[in-house]
Design a protein around this ligand. Sequence first.
Ligand code: C5J
Length: 227
Amino acid sequence: MKNLLRVQAQPYAYALRPETAALVMIDMQRDFIEPGGFGEALGNDVSTLAAIVPAAAALLDIARALGMLIVHTRESHLPDLSDCPPSKRARGNPGLRIGDPGPMGRILVRGEYGNAIIPALAPLPGEILIDKPGKGAFHATPLQQELQRRGVTHLIFAGVTTEVCVQTSMREANDRGYECLLIEDATASYFPEFKEATLAMIRAQGGIVGWTATLEALREAAGSRAV
Ligand code: C5J
């Protein structure tokens, strides 16, 4: 069939049609990725996250060239924190809790400088931007309705962090019946061993949460359509 792409993936080949697939780019926000942001203030080495920006940009280029729906997410809360459960706020380090003033504005608050998606991966007009108050992209957001409205059945995931917001979103999607593929070199964790463990978990037991593949494998599957 003309529009069927077969991606060499693990645990076995993943097939999609661009017209019923979406790329979901998770939380590529300044506060997680840029030096001087919230992630670094928590003591993390942000260079592991910054390292995937070129691959994430190339993935966006491929998905756009294929005419796929593009979804970007931001972990963010309303300025009055009415969408932030007290348990989530209490979990942070004192002085660096959600809503506190951070190095790039109020931490994880919508509209603050640090909450924005990094300029290199900024959404283009017509792409969907989902503000999510949870780790998962479906919890308390309109994502499911947006995907259903467009007949999307397959989701390609990328972004940060692999074991937190990416994995949670992929599990939510898997339970909702989406066929999910995670692009290995376009996702990262502050803890490389957590990323590797997550990739292994996803593709274990015959793909219990979905598939994983390299960016190159997706590019090869897209062939001449991925300019
Ligand atoms: C975290 C995320 N790690 N985007 N957020 O708190 O993974």
